[in-house]
Design a binder for this molecule. Sequence first.
Ligand code: 13P
Length: 319
Amino acid sequence: MSHSISNNEQLKAAIDTLRKEKNAVILAHYYQEGEIQDIADFVGDSLALAQWASKTDADIIVMCGVHFMGETAKILCPAKKVLVPDLEAGCSLADSCPAEDFAAFTRLHPDHTVLSYVNTTAAVKAYTDVVVTSTNARQIVESFPADTKLIFGPDRNLGNYINSVTGRSMLLWDGACHIHEQFSLEKILELKKKNPEAEIITHPECKQPVIAVSDFVGSTAALLKHTVNSDAKEFIVATESGVIHEMQKQSPDKHFIPAPPEDNTCACNECNFMRLNTLEKLYFCLKDETPEIEVDEAISEKAVKPILKMLEISEQLGL
Ligand code: 13P
């Protein structure tokens, strides 16, 4: 394949040829650029990406998402090559929970079961009993008897939200996602005033005051499904704006307004880490089979257990 690929159409054709030649599958999160979502074999939320990775018979998985998503795929498929177009694609939430500090926190509460959000490093998952995502967190929490003592990390907003809807009092790690935390309540309310028919739909990683004014709260996949099923024609979308690409595709007659962040640099809220992946980097990553995700074997052997537990419970719940 020539290196002088100069436009997107050529890049897409080259990516397509390479994925067939190499028996590679391209998985993309909803927060990726639209052109990456369009070329992917599968687009989904964190849970769906893990489910796909666990089932694929491809030799190579290209995870167009952030580092922890690639790690989860690698832990589930240690014999496969797992590539991420840009290894710098990290996650502020995962960064807010250093493994040794989290382990010390869990040691202070040895009678607690440890639930960790999938947005964590493999090392944190190794100290975890069950991994959850925003799609299954509530149901997994509710699958434990009401008197079970639970630790939930690292997202304090999601943890507080789950506590409020389940009546539990899980101990929470004090972490957050820099994108979901920075939505401006004031600007969302201004938008609602201008668009009174619009529903405010919100990811549970957002702060409580934003959640409190929302018509619907759910994971990325749940928000998408809601926009299809709702009678509303307009939505103010308080999550990473990449998902609007798929919302618009599934409901071409509806209008989606990205909720703005507090700073004034941009009208929508994009994750700078997610957006590091580009079509060009995807092409080179497939061609050169690098950068590759590596996970320490001892950590992987421990981390796989809570991930498999999550997949097993999700399957039982029909998620
Ligand atoms: P989802 O579980 O909705 O895919 O959330 C992923 C994520 O990274 C949110 O910050």
